[in-house]
Design a protein around this ligand. Structure first.
Ligand code: RP5
Length: 160
């Protein structure tokens, strides 16, 4: 079995600016994770091998980010029953609407939990992964509660 609970995969190095927010959020919650570049189009064999062995590697949740013709989350979800959270990366040409549409409209039977476009989606994908893992990990549940409480307390009453 592997040592990481969450796989953070992305279609390209250029997705890292967005997907690092998922990794940083997992880090803040002390959730083990492994970030990899896995492209549905440029490295389809790598994608197939990753998705087929992800469960045996010990991953419990997969966060998959991609932009443009963003087929990575859906293709990975087709190859594993692990929960897959898809992050639409903001593309240059169509501002991520293409990414969103490519990820969100999955056929019945192959679920991808689709998040918001960009950094908010990457951050929330990590928080959703945390919520899933926290179901069977009380210490993580406490850390997640504390993370949320800290965010609430950081909101000022008035603008400065
Ligand atoms: C997708 O194409 C990637 O997920 C990335 O968002 C987009 C552009 O990739 P690069 O041309 O920047 O490598 O596969």
């Amino acid at each position: 079995m592997g040592t990481a609970d969450v796989a953070v995969i992305m279609g390209s190095q250029s997705d890292w600016d967005t997907m690092r927010h998922a990794a940083e959020t997992l880090e803040a919650l002390k959730i083990t994770h492994d970030a990899r570049i896995v492209s549905a189009h440029r490295t389809p064999d790598r994608m197939y091998a990753f998705a087929r062995s992800a469960k045996a590697e010990g991953f419990k949740v997969i966060i998959a980010g991609a932009g443009g013709a963003a087929h990575l989350p859906g293709m990975v979800a087709a190859l594993t029953t692990l929960p897959v959270f898809g992050v639409p990366v903001q593309s240059k040409a169509l501002s991520g609407l293409d990414s969103l549409y490519s990820i969100v409209q999955m056929p019945a039977g192959i679920p991808v939990g689709t998040l918001a476009i960009g950094v908010a989606g990457a951050t929330n994908a990590a928080l959703l992964a945390a919520a899933v893992l926290a179901i069977s990990d009380p210490a993580l549940a406490d850390r997640l509660e504390a993370w949320r409480t800290a965010r609430t307390e950081a909101v000022a009453d008035r603008p400065s």
